[in-house]
Ligand binder design. Structure first.
Ligand SMILES: O=C(O)CCC(=O)C(=O)O
Ligand SMILES: [Fe+2]
Length: 227
């Protein structure tokens, strides 16, 4: 083993020396060489998981961003009980339109969107909307089975998991007893396209939150012009 390798500063130390933006780039260059990070689900056509899409430091920064607001966390009962917040253009599900953004997509999320476009299924993904969900296991939080709106968002839905692990259940038919369970660890980016996006519902049952707290950030691209 080369002595130089032994004495090279650790990736973590190099990130600290070079500052946060260089750290973002250095981390991603290193990740891209790890093909084991990407996987397509064998039983769920159109579902991809990119493990370790963000570094531990980036994950912390994203949790801080979600916790700090704006906007503030708000209790939500839409798609299950949890707390949520949204950035970017706003979906008006009742009027079936997209309205102008109250809080723009934060710069950190736009930087992540650039990184997403380096992944094959996301080459032309330009999200203009994101929402965060804060799940607490002890409060019985969950995600009810749903398919993300077919008209207000395009055919690619992308979610980054932070803090905790969960099992997400996909079901083809409503009320089906069994589904396909996908383990979502912190820092993993899940991409839903094709059947996984349109033909299956996705949900997280309360007992499938495997940690006390989990935060997710979901990115979408609305094809509609905001009014
Ligand atoms: O929490 C998650 O991983 C997914 C959230 C979700 O499905 C949604 O916001 O539509
Ligand atoms: Fe969803």
């Amino acid at each position: 083993m080369a002595a130089g390798w032994l004495h090279a500063p650790s990736a973590r130390a190099r990130f600290r020396l070079a500052g946060p933006e260089a750290a973002f780039k250095a981390f991603w260059q290193q990740q891209r060489s790890l093909t084991r990070c990407a996987s397509a689900h064998p039983d769920l056509p159109g579902e991809f998981l990119f493990k370790e899409f963000v570094s531990c430091e980036e994950a912390q920064a994203l949790v801080a961003l979600a916790d700090a607001g704006p906007p503030p966390w708000k209790p939500s009962t839409f798609n299950g009980r949890h707390r949520g917040k949204a950035w970017g253009v706003q979906m008006d599900l009742g009027r079936r339109i997209v309205v102008a953004e109250a809080v723009p997509l934060p710069a950190l999320l736009q930087t992540l969107a650039e990184r997403m476009r380096t992944l094959p299924p996301l080459r032309s993904f330009y999200p203009n909307e994101a929402n965060a969900i804060d799940y607490r296991k002890s409060l019985g939080h969950h995600l009810a089975p749903h398919v993300d709106d077919r008209k207000l968002s395009t055919g690619v839905i992308v979610t980054l998991s932070l803090l905790g692990t969960c099992l997400m259940t996909f079901q083809r038919d409503k009320g089906e007893r069994h589904g396909v369970d996908v383990l979502l660890p912190p820092r993993a980016l899940q991409v839903l396209t094709r059947d996984a996006r349109y033909a299956y519902t996705h949900a997280i049952q309360p007992h499938n939150l495997l940690s006390e707290r989990r935060i997710s950030i979901t990115f979408r691209q609305s094809p509609l012009r905001s009014v």
